[in-house]
Design a protein around this ligand. Structure first.
Ligand SMILES: Cc1cc2nc3c(=O)[nH]c(=O)nc-3n(C[C@H](O)[C@H](O)[C@H](O)COP(=O)(O)OP(=O)(O)OC[C@H]3O[C@@H](n4cnc5c(N)ncnc54)[C@H](O)[C@@H]3O)c2cc1C
Length: 314
């Protein structure tokens, strides 16, 4: 199926072929996408989706690639990146922050800080985009083995503008949005932008919050190795009374199984944060996947707990 010539003809934004996806993921792992497309604006995106639908081309949206493992064989379809200036705008709109899906989380936090708006500091140090953070319902939790007190970006969303696979734009109001633990119903769509509700705050306090979160990340996570953040979701386990469930840290389970620094090829479990896998020595996706399977088996055997992936594999 040769849709590449048509793509070149119709797309106003950037198009590349055989683009190594290792360049676009924080893991720095992954084979090429047959086509890499950066739509110039919403109209462009709509036309691309028409071509995708007409030719039944596989596609996926990539944000900052900070929660993604791309397989070594790459992706035989189109990787869509909402990276043009159109999708990278952040501004105040009727008392809300309106952020394009391509806006980096760091830029969003800095914008809020400059406007003395508080409430998104907990996202500090998350190397994603607004679109990726919304789909994943990115968040942070205080350092503790048992803790359900998550703060997630979903709590801030007033509405999100999305496009469906047919190119139709919809505005999803708060009541239509469903955010779960590292999941949301936005994953069915392409997120275009979102309105976020923050509250007025003191700039000096906002800055202190940001540096506290960044220091916590620096103390607990490897910053100098290629990784994709937490690999597994924290599982829910039944409490002794069996009436409720609470979440236990996947990192704690992996650490207490003695798996810190366990290695498969170039992929190794972090010695600092056992829920991180590091690409230390030019790891292949295959190494990471084999390490994931090994950890899942160990945790199942030792604790009878199934570790679910937080990481997305393409
Ligand atoms: C060092 C490090 C620390 C991290 N710390 C945290 C943390 O504290 N908390 C946390 O929650 N996560 C954390 N992460 C994981 C990751 O940064 C978040 O999940 C982030 O929100 C992913 O955003 P992204 O733009 O990189 O998305 P990607 O990884 O590119 O994509 C993630 C998913 O979102 C989809 N997607 C992306 N953009 C769109 C869009 N516009 N429309 C539709 N679908 C889209 C993709 O198809 C994919 O399924 C960390 C990662 C790293 C590397």
């Amino acid at each position: 199926m040769n849709y590449c010539r048509d793509l070149k003809k119709i797309v106003k934004g950037k198009v590349a072929f055989n683009e190594p996806l290792s360049r676009h993921t924080t893991f720095r792992i992954g084979g090429p996408a047959k086509a890499w497309v950066e739509p110039a604006d919403v109209e462009d995106l709509k036309n691309i989706l028409k071509l995708i639908s007409k030719n039944k081309i596989p596609f996926f949206v990539i944000g900052e690639g900070s929660n993604l493992l791309v397989r070594d064989k790459g992706f035989n379809g189109i990787a869509l990146k909402l990276n043009s200036s159109f999708f990278n705008d952040v501004k105040i709109n009727k008392g809300y922050i309106l952020a394009g899906s391509g806006v980096k989380i760091a830029k969003l936090i800095d914008f809020a800080r400059k406007k003395s708006l508080s409430g998104c500091e907990f996202l500090s140090g998350i190397p994603g985009s607004v679109g990726g953070a919304l789909v994943m319902n990115a968040g942070a939790r205080p350092n503790s083995i048992f803790n359900n007190d998550y703060k997630s970006i979903g709590e801030l969303v007033k509405e999100a503008r999305v496009m469906d696979a047919g190119g139709r734009i919809k505005i999803l109001k708060r009541s239509q949005l469903k955010f779960g633990y590292r999941s949301s119903n936005l994953s069915k769509y392409i997120v275009l932008d979102a309105k976020l509700k923050l509250k007025p705050g003191k700039r000096v306090e906002i800055e202190r919050n940001v540096s506290d979160f960044l220091r916590y990340k620096k103390d607990t996570q490897d910053s100098n190795w290629r990784n994709a953040g937490c690999v597994f979701k924290n599982p829910s386990i039944a409490t002794q009374d069996n009436f409720s469930a609470r979440s236990i840290s996947a990192g704690y389970l992996i650490d207490s199984s003695g798996l810190k620094r366990y290695r498969v090829g170039g992929a190794v479990i972090s010695g600092k944060h056992a829920n991180f896998i590091l690409n230390e020595k030019n790891a292949k996706a295959k190494d990471v996947i084999n390490l994931i399977r090994f950890v899942q088996k160990k945790i199942k055997d030792k604790f009878n707990i199934n570790l679910e992936l937080e990481l997305k594999i393409v």
